[in-house]
Every structure is written in C-alpha cells, then in structure tokens.
Write a protein that binds this ligand. Structure first.
Ligand SMILES: Cc1cc2nc3c(=O)[nH]c(=O)nc-3n(C[C@H](O)[C@H](O)[C@H](O)COP(=O)(O)OP(=O)(O)OC[C@H]3O[C@@H](n4cnc5c(N)ncnc54)[C@H](O)[C@@H]3O)c2cc1C
Length: 410
C-alpha cells in the first residue's frame, strides 16, 4: 500500500486525503491545530463555493451541509457610488452555491478522515518534519495554505502579477441582515477606486447567517481597520462603510449583530503563484498544493473552489500514476494540469483588483440588457475559464455580445 503524507487539514488537504483513503492509500494528515481548536477559533474565510467544487465534495460523500446551509442562488453586481449606479445586473446561477463556516467543516472532515482510517497527526510541520515524512512516505504534499512552511516553494515571478497586497480585507459574520427581496445572491457592489462589498448567506456555529466581505483599496478611505480594537467596533465600522460607500445596501444592515466574538477578521495578502516543487535540505522534494502555490485575493471568492478543484486534479494524477514513482516529472506535470485551470481564476481575480478593462464594462452593460448574457457571467463564478477571451478583450466582447443577438434571430 502506498503512503501519502499531506501537511495541512484545510479544504485541499482534507479533501485529497479522504479521497485517497477511499482509493486504498495509506494517508497521514498533519495539522498544526486540533479539530477542537479550529472549531473554537476565529473565522478564517468566507468560503463561498459553487457547483463544480461542491460536486467534487459530493463525489466523496463530503457535502454534509446540503440540507442546512442556506443556498446562494444567483449573482447580483452593482457598480456605483453615492451619486448612483453605473452598472446593475443580476442572474440566477444554474445551481446554488453555499458557504459552510470552515470552523464547522474542517473539524467534521478531520473526524471523518480518522473514521475512514486516516492517520491524523497534530504537529507543526517544519523542515525537519518534512524530511521525516519524505523518508517515510511515497509522496509528501504541502497544503498548508498561507502557513510559513509554504515559503519553501519559490515565487514564480512570471506568473505572479503583484508583489504587494492590493486590498485590506475585512470579514464580518452577522445575524439580522434583511433578506434580499428576490433571491439569495453573491451580492457584489463595487465603488470604483474605493473598494468592494461582497455579501452572501452562510451557515455558522449559531445557525444561518450572512457574511460581509469588505475589500478596501490599500490606503483608501475604506482602509480604516487600524482604528478598530473590539468586535463591536469592527461591526460598527463595517456598517458605517456600507452606509457611506454602498448606500443601496444600507437598509439591509440596520439591525446586525455579530454571530460570535470571533466572527471578525482583518488581513492582507499578496496574490502569489509559486513553483510546485519544494527542495528539502537533503535534496528530497515535496509537492505544493492549492493556496500554497496559487494564492489569490478573495475578491472573487475562488480560493476554496480552487482548493477543491486542485484536490480533484491531484487525486486523479496520483491514481493514474499507479505503482510508478512520484518523481519530479510527476510533481511538475500534476501542478501544470491544475494550472491549466487555475491560471484563468488568477486572471479573473487579478483583473478585479485593478480598474475594470473596457471589455468587462461592455460585458456588464450587456448583462443589464440581456438575461442570457447575465446568466453566462453569473455561472462563470463556478468556472472563470469560461470568461476567456471576451472578458479581457473589447473586440472579443463585441463578438460575444453579438453572438447572443444572432442566436435570438436564428
Ligand atoms: C478573508 C478571506 C475570505 C475568503 N473568502 C473566500 C470565498 O468566499 N470563497 C472561496 O472560494 N475562497 C475564499 N477564501 C479563500 C479560501 O479560504 C482559501 O483559498 C482556502 O481555504 C485554501 O484552502 P487550502 O486547503 O489551500 O488552505 P487552508 O484552508 O488555509 O488550510 C491550510 C491548513 O494548514 C494548516 N497549516 C499551516 N501550516 C502548517 C504547518 N506548518 N503544519 C501543519 N499544519 C499547517 C493550517 O492551520 C490550515 O488548517 C477567502 C480567504 C480569505 C482570507
């Protein structure tokens, strides 16, 4: 029986680990936190996930919250400021998305991993530990998210567009938000040059709630999180910023309360792509995975989706390798297969961190006119590759929009 060791019990590591167990591999999963510590900890993400990524979970019997998690049925995008809206379109997605608080999901999956025969080890993996795992395993995969050990993998300058954080990111988990009057949505508001407000429903410890994601342009008027020192102040600032910069959303936010004292987060990250092979001091090599290698800003809500898709690609590659060695050729090729998809997610996300190109503005205007174009863009959150090339090129955008008119005439 082949032994795979995975560092990191997040979306990627757990999904891959459980998948491999189901195919008869011996799996060690290394976590620097116990299930109880994760459950009792701070929120880490808003983790909105869409159909394809949820489908990979379902294939492994891991979609355990389909009945209790409030669905996200559509996408509603508005661009504007205090003077009014320049863009306003909405559409239902072909299948609902969902957001299960990782403080619920990961502990439950860790228990599931052990129940299915996995070996869960609680320790902080450093270089010394990686050497030990590499000696004892056929393959070591590092799925440690934003953890320090990920720096073992060299930054890929060609594939990394930014070298600094583009947003200060604030999360607020709340109860008491007024529901939308139509359908639940990935509710995106953009105030150009200032920042973004993204909201959608979730399930957390205290039941169904809503997540407020504020993406604040560095040094801009929303980037005021240094003023905050208590959870109550955090909530008050979130509401104040919504009232000032996204006033069309303010009526839904008049009676908010935090889901819990750890339901807030403020952070910054530098979107980074890294090379997939990490070389240990002994010369042995390990393979990176998901956020370790392709870290995107959460502005388009793609990281957990990416992690699920990466787990699926890696599992298939490991199975296809059979009894052959997991050498560096395998490691590089496995990542490239994931990058074939992930590069489009990175392009989509990085595009939203900069002023929108004319092509995207043209597409948004068409979305407001044509529900089928709007549905196409809404469904692209599930598969950002489908936006290429028309989202990024004005001529292609015109051709894409015209194709809908032609389809109507035909
Ligand atoms: C504010 C915010 C909002 C987000 N919103 C969304 C969203 O709406 N939709 C979406 O799809 N994505 C979102 N994301 C991104 C998403 O959360 C991540 O992309 C996803 O969790 C990555 O999964 P992962 O398994 O690669 O890493 P992680 O989920 O980070 O898991 C890594 C695990 O490894 C552990 N670890 C780290 N170092 C070590 C070590 N040395 N030894 C042992 N264990 C270690 C960590 O404790 C952690 O449990 C958001 C991210 C942020 C920051």
């Amino acid at each position: 029986m082949r032994t795979i060791t995975i560092v990191g019990a997040g979306q990627a590591g757990l999904q891959l680990g459980i998948g491999l167990l189901q195919h008869g591999y011996r799996v060690n999963l290394i976590s620097n936190r116990t299930p109880e510590q994760i459950a009792a900890g701070r929120v880490l993400s808003s983790q909105s996930m869409y159909d394809m990524a949820l489908g990979f979970e379902r294939e492994l019997g891991l979609a355990l919250w389909d009945d209790e998690c409030p669905p996200t049925h559509g996408v509603h995008m508005r661009v504007g400021n205090g003077d009014g809206l320049l863009v306003d379109w909405r559409a239902r997605m072909k299948a609902p998305g969902q957001s299960v608080d990782q403080r619920i999901k990961m502990p439950r999956w860790m228990n599931e991993f052990e129940r299915q025969g996995g070996n869960l080890v609680i320790e902080e993996a450093g270089l010394e530990e990686l050497e030990r795992y590499a000696e004892q395993s056929d393959l070591v995969i590092v799925a440690s998210g934003k953890g320090e050990i990920g720096k073992l993998f060299e930054r890929d300058a060609e594939r990394s567009q930014f070298d600094r954080p583009m947003r200060t990111i604030s999360l607020t988990y709340v109860h008491g938000m007024l529901p939308r009057s139509d359908y639940s949505a990935l509710n995106i508001s953009i105030n150009p040059g200032i920042g973004e407000y993204v909201n959608f429903p979730c399930i957390t410890h205290s039941g169904p709630g809503d997540i407020i994601n504020l993406e604040c342009i560095e040094g801009g008027p929303m980037d005021r999180w240094g003023e905050v020192s208590t959870p109550a102040e955090h909530l008050a600032l979130a509401v104040e910023l919504i009232e000032e910069f996204f006033p069309w959303e303010a009526p839904r936010c008049r009676n908010l309360r935090l889901t819990d004292e750890l339901g807030t987060l403020v952070g910054r990250l530098t979107p980074t792509v890294r090379k997939p092979i990490g070389v240990l001091p002994s010369g042995r090599t390990v393979l990176g995975m998901a956020d370790v290698l392709v870290l995107n800003d959460p502005i388009t809500g793609q990281g957990s989706n990416n992690a699920s898709k990466c787990a699926n690609v890696y599992m298939k590659a490991i199975l296809a390798q059979g009894a052959d060695a997991f050498d560096d050729t395998f490691k590089q090729a496995t990542f490239e297969r994931y990058w074939d998809y992930a590069q489009w997610v990175t392009r989509f996300t990085n595009t939203h961190l900069l002023p929108p190109p004319d092509s995207a503005l043209r597409v948004f205007a068409a979305c407001a006119e044509n529900p089928r174009i709007a549905a196409t863009v809404a469904n692209a959150f599930d598969d950002p590759k489908s936006l290429t090339p028309w989202y990024y090129d004005l001529d292609e955008a015109e051709r894409f929009i015209a194709s809908f008119a032609l389809a109507k005439e035909a």
